[in-house]
Design a protein around this ligand. Structure first.
Ligand SMILES: N[C@@H](CCC(=O)N[C@@H](CS)C(=O)NCC(=O)O)C(=O)O
Length: 292
């Protein structure tokens, strides 16, 4: 924070990353990955069978909603110079809703470490136990690998986060070999891809505002438990972190997977897309919205 480019778009959601495809803005990697997979259906990343899709989904839920990422973030080393900057710690508190006092972080560390160590053991003794190269026994990494690997790989690269006497190649050889393989594949993929263009924020904002929509919305499901009508004025915000940053607008999409909010910015409509779980949708005028 601050996020001037998102502000110029009228987006209050504070977390990163955010993806724009035309005037459709996607908040949260869970919905971004899904949309990218829809847009590139021949992509070799998505799982091919319902059983494999289930594993992919469980791994997403495990790392994001079941708390692996939160535990990983609690292992940020307390000797990081930034933790002495009150502006930084205040911002982290606004983001996470918990204390970033060094002593409290240190006191919480054993519990967080136990959760992460449990995660390493789980991967070592189940998912990777038969010596497979990739989570779904494919020739190349798939989305299931991505869903599982990122918090562990992040911690592995964050100096001082993992005590090596407890968590290393020695105790978890299969997990560490998998992370090394993944990073090698990633470097090779990066070397082969077309070079992405970088845009200044204001240019990106204008490009987004003058674009068309990338997709048709899902519509507002009449069976959704919220029983909201299309067009109800609502606010949407995450319930796990960044919870104080609410977007307000008209509800134009709601189903089992997705929430879509329509906002107006500089006279143009933008549609903000969020995953259905982990976000709250609240009517701005309680009582005025109900269909029933
Ligand atoms: N579930 C969200 C989590 C996003 C998230 O926690 N992002 C963190 C970085 S990993 C963030 O935005 N930090 C910057 C901030 O302070 O707002 C997702 O998968 O996109």
């Amino acid at each position: 924070m601050p996020r001037p480019d998102l502000k110029a778009l009228g987006v209050n959601y504070r977390r990163i990353p955010v993806m724009a495809i035309g005037r459709d803005i996607y908040c949260d990697t869970r919905i971004m990955l899904r949309k990218l997979e829809e847009l590139f259906p021949n992509s070799p990343l998505r799982a091919s069978t319902s059983e494999k899709k289930a594993i992919e989904k469980f791994l997403e839920v495990w790392t994001i909603e079941a708390g692996i990422f939160v535990r990983a973030s609690q292992l940020i080393p307390t000797n990081m110079p930034l933790l002495n900057d009150p502006k930084f710690t205040k911002d982290r508190e606004d983001f996470s809703g918990r204390s970033w006092n060094k002593d409290q972080i240190a006191a919480n560390r054993p519990e967080a470490l136990a959760a992460i160590r449990n995660g390493f053991k789980f991967l070592e003794t189940t998912v990777l136990a038969d010596g497979r190269q990739w989570v779904l026994k494919t020739d190349r990494p798939t989305l299931a690998d991505i869903e599982a690997i990122w918090p562990f790989d992040w911690l592995n690269g964050l100096k001082g986060a993992l005590p090596r006497e407890l968590i290393s190649e020695k105790q978890y050889p299969l997990v560490f070999a998998w992370m090394a393989r993944f990073n090698k594949e990633l470097q090779e993929a990066k070397a082969q891809r077309p070079k992405p263009a970088s845009l200044k924020g204001d240019v990106a904002v204008q490009r987004i505002l003058s674009a068309g929509f990338a997709q048709k919305g899902p519509g507002v499901d009449i069976d959704d438990p919220l029983a909201f009508q299309h067009g109800t004025e609502v606010e949407v915000f995450p319930t796990d972190s960044g919870t104080k940053h609410h977007d307000r607008g008209r509800l134009v999409g709601l189903d089992e997977d997705e929430v879509v909010l329509s906002i107006q910015t500089q006279g143009r409509e933008l549609r903000l897309h969020y995953p259905r779980t982990g976000f709250r949708v609240k009517a701005l005028r309680p009582g005025s919205h109900a269909r029933l």
